[in-house]
Design a binder for this molecule. Structure first.
Ligand code: PEP
Ligand code: MG
Length: 893
């Protein structure tokens, strides 16, 4: 017999925390808490295997399930001392919730107070002596059940409630009496009949099975599918269902319900942090309808709240909660996100899970937990998602910038963002498709908004707390978010955002500061954060474990110094053509292109030489003591020619030529497929004087910097090689120039000459090329393009649908295609090493900054990866994780 059902409660459990795959995250943690002696309302979990069975068998259940559920329900009744469906004596009500292996906040549905019907509600009233509570619970149940199970939208019930309040001249739900709720329950039931053509189900067992079916059904709803796609969660994982005894936080003023984090999920500060509401039911805290109160006195001070904290109003319970916080954090050795309910002065823990956190918090928590001795350095490194570091490198508001503050909300997710106001998630997606940057501005968000939230630069809500949907989801995505900005008003109908007297319209630019909660008009300038403190510590640990080096792709002094500040260990790619576009030089480049013979070409190149030399002097000086790989000219020459008539006239004049000659030369240079045309080393072979000039500039700069006492390590790199003959010819030119400069300056030249591997043929004949080449650098941008036969400039049109259709798992220009392009890298590395065992191997395509690709590079034994300056820290972390043998590495795709 298969065990489908696992019970927990009363200090015992059939499951444990490590059984997440079977019991889902929530179920496994409930079992764990129960085993640890933390007070958890008893319950049972129907396993994810049942979800798989359900979908594999035409949405039916196995025969032995019912017996197991009945037995578990009986056990639940015994532990809690109540009966499910009891019309007299203690009554047991249950909640039914989904719980997948990976947390999917807001994606799946929950039903509370299940087991209520026209009879049990009377029993509940007499058991509690509180009619109002009983009928309020019943109407909540009807609404939730209808929404989740019977597909009758909550709006219908909200409308009835509003109508009733208006008729009675009452404003708040709390103003309503037991009688009011009784009348409303009647109205709700009539409404249900209208929609489903029959009575609201009265049999508690029918209700239970209905809810269980709805949870399994919701695994395949649109929201869940979107979320899974976004986070790469496989559909066959399935969800578990948790059925648990209800406890009530809304039975009076000795009751409360709340959400708490063992450390601050936004900043990472080691401060018990949370929100609660007195006399409220679970969902009220996250729904954002009432403003939640702070948990502790310290937190109250920190957020400047005048609402009473739990520590003040229920000190013993606060102490007990704090003790569970300590226990659970120590047990899981990670920051916990917990839910609790206080029913008539008794504390119940409803959930614990590893808390989602901002990048800033993740860093601080990892570093501090390591310093506290809770985890070791390796664990701290493995816990940081490299892609998350990216968020830490994101801009903050320039403190010196002028700000026109419109209002303030909660600092829900850090980082500063500017964009145009849009009021719906669909609009956000449409505008972003049109190349705009948007701030999704909503009263509150719901799981339906997930697509729009994902593409928005920032998210602004006018309602809700730090644990509201907007706040939780934005933090997970690393999107700046200001939540609950109550002094701003959103009007969906008019598409306006009003702040004080100012009315902003759709399309107006605003700026959010997710760190302070401020909302500003216009675009406020931003700066990058200082990377010191915890960041510096973690990066220090990273470097202790890392074996692969990390270099940067940089050509300007600014890029080079930024990269050095980020800890790069040299330049892996200096694309010299970028240096040619400066207005003072482009004219000489064009003269060189227009030259009709070698003599004229050399004359133009002579004018370029001092500029190039200065470029290299700067780079060698900044990178003193570190290797600098300089790639000789790569793009086809027509890229440097003018395009407009006016520019052509200017260039013709400067070159002592005329527009007609210029046009003729441009026509001559025209290629149908320039990326596969006269570029890279093919230019060097046909016009060796170009590479000669560049080599001279490199060696003269090296001699100059070395003469000032700095160590200079130039690595001259030839692009787009496909044959040994190409490489050898050009190496000869470079070596000759090095000799000449050495002779002239008396400097002893230490340098290397190597090649990029960007073409499949080069990878295949790598053993031959390595006879002359001292290093290979994998140009995986071109190698991906040429291996797939995909134009890197045009593939965007179909790569997205390709990913949506599952034809390819990732964009191969972002994350290396291991089985194709990666195989060529492996072959080239092996063959290159066979000829030259100490050949230096690196990668300088965009993949060098992608964590999953960095892991691959490590597995192939590359000596270094090279990436854009801002990705250097990400690559350093990814390299350390690869060295520590991290199993799953996230891609940034
Ligand atoms: C490459 O092709 O991977 C590379 C680094 O060169 P570029 O992107 O300049 O073509
Ligand atoms: Mg290339």
């Amino acid at each position: 017999m298969t065990q489908w059902v696992y019970t927990f409660g009363d200090g015992k459990a059939e499951g444990r925390a490590h059984m997440k795959n079977l019991l889902g995250g929530k179920g496994a943690n409930l079992a764990e808490m129960s085993s640890l002696g933390v007070p958890v309302p008893a319950g049972f979990t129907i396993s994810t295997e049942l979800c798989t069975y359900f979908y594999a068998n035409n949405e039916t259940y196995p025969d032995d399930l019912k017996g197991q559920v009945d037995a578990a329900t009986k056990q639940l009744e015994d532990i809690m001392g109540g009966k499910f469906g009891a019309t007299e004596g203690p009554l047991l009500l249950v909640s039914v919730r989904s719980g997948a292996r990976a947390s999917m906040p807001g994606m799946m549905d929950t039903v509370l107070n299940l087991g209520l019907n026209d009879k049990t509600v009377e029993n509940l009233a007499s058991q509690t002596g509180d009619d109002r509570f009983a009928y309020d619970s019943y109407r909540r149940f009807i609404q939730m059940y209808c929404n989740v199970v019977l597909d009758v939208s909550g709006e219908h019930f909200e409308a009835l409630l509003e109508k009733h309040k208006e008729a009675q001249g009452k404003e708040l739900d709390t103003d309503l009496s037991a009688e009011d709720w009784k009348v409303l329950v009647g109205a709700y039931k009539t409404e249900v009949r209208k929609h489903i053509g029959k009575e609201f189900p009265q049999d508690p067992n029918e209700q239970l099975w209905g809810a269980v079916g709805a949870v399994f059904g919701s695994w395949m709803n649109k929201r869940a599918i979107t979320y899974r796609k976004m986070y790469g969660i496989p559909a066959d994982w399935g969800t578990a269902v948790n059925v648990q005894a209800m406890v009530f936080g809304n039975m009076g003023d000795d009751c409360a319900t709340g959400v708490c984090f063992s450390r601050n999920p936004s900043t990472g500060e080691n401060l018990f942090y949370g929100e609660y509401l007195v006399n409220a039911q679970g969902e009220d805290v996250v729904a954002g309808i009432r403003t939640p109160q702070p948990l502790s006195v310290a937190e109250k001070k920190a957020i400047n709240s005048d609402l009473p904290s739990l520590e003040e109003i229920l000190p013993p319970i606060y102490k007990e909660l704090h003790a569970y916080r300590d226990k659970l954090e120590l047990h899981y050795t990670d920051m916990q996100d917990m839910e609790f309910t206080i029913q008539q002065n008794k504390l119940w823990m409803l959930q614990t899970r590893t808390g989602k956190r901002t990048a800033q918090a993740a860093l601080r928590i990892a570093v501090e937990m390591c310093e506290e001795g809770l985890i070791d350095k390796k664990e701290a490194i493995l816990r940081m998602d490299p892609a998350m570091l990216d968020q830490l490198l994101h801009p903050m508001l320039d403190p010196k910038a002028e700000k026109n503050v419109l209002g303030k909300g909660l600092p829900a997710s850090p980082g500063a963002a500017s964009g145009q106001i849009v009021f719906t998630a669909d609009e956000a997606e449409a505008w972003v498709k049109d190349g705009k940057k948007v701030i999704l501005t909503r009263i509150e968000t719901s799981p339906e908004d997930i697509g729009g939230m994902h593409v928005a630069e920032g998210i602004l809500t006018t309602r809700g707390g730090m644990t509201s949907h907007a706040a939780v989801v934005a933090r997970g995505m690393g999107t700046p978010c200001v939540a609950g900005a109550g002094d701003l008003t959103v009007n969906y109908a008019n598409k306006t955002l009003t702040a004080g007297g100012v009315v902003l319209k759709e399309g107006d630019m605003i700026t959010l500061d997710g760190a302070s909660g401020q909302v500003m008009s216009g675009e406020v300038p931003k700066i990058l954060p200082e990377l010191t403190g915890d960041f510096g510590k973690l990066m220090g640990w990273v470097d202790e474990f890392r074996t692969m080096k990390v270099r940067a792709n940089a050509e300007t002094p600014l890029d080079a110094s930024t990269a050095r500040n980020f800890g790069c260990e040299g330049i892996g790619l200096c694309r010299t053509e970028h240096m040619f576009f400066d207005p003072q030089r482009i004219i000489h480049v064009r003269e060189m292109i227009l030259a009709s013979d070698e003599k004229d070409r050399r004359a133009a190149l002579d004018k370029l030489l001092p500029y190039q030399r200065k470029d290299f002097v700067d780079l060698f000086t900044i990178m003193a003591g570190l290797p600098v790989t300089i790639r000789l000219l790569d793009p086809p020459l027509h890229e440097f020619l003018p395009h407009t008539e006016a520019d052509m006239a200017d260039v013709a004049k400067a070159a002592g030529s005329d527009v007609a000659t210029l046009k003729a030369r441009a026509d001559q240079l025209h290629e149908s497929n320039p990326m596969l045309g006269h570029r890279g080393c093919r230019l060097g072979v046909t016009y060796p004087e170009i590479y000669e000039m560049q080599a001279r500039a490199i060696f003269e700069a090296a001699a100059e910097v070395a003469s000032k006492g700095s160590e200079v390590l130039p690595e001259v790199m030839i692009p787009l090689v496909s044959t040994k003959a190409e490489f050898d010819r050009l190496k000869e030119v470079i070596d000759r120039v090095a000799g000449e400069v050495s002779e002239k300056t008396g400097a002893k030249m230490a340098y290397m000459v190597g090649t990029m591997i960007e073409l499949p043929r080069a990878a295949l004949v790598a053993d031959k090329i390595a006879e002359g080449a001292e290093f290979f650098s994998f140009g995986t941008n071109d190698l991906t393009q040429t291996t797939y036969g995909l134009s890197r400039d045009d593939a965007g049109n179909f790569l997205v649908p390709y990913q949506d259709l599952g034809v390819i798992p990732n964009d191969p220009f972002v994350t290396i295609d291991q089985e194709g392009v990666g195989e060529l890298v492996k072959i080239a590395a092996e063959r290159g090493r066979k000829t030259r065992p100490d050949i230096k191997l690196g990668i300088c395509g965009e993949h060098g900054g992608d964590p999953a690709s960095v892991a691959f590079c490590s597995s192939v034994g590359l000596n270094y990866v090279s990436c854009s300056p801002y990705r250097v820290p990400i690559a350093r972390l990814a390299a350390a994780q690869a060295a520590l043998g991290a199993g799953e590495v996230h891609s940034t795709a």
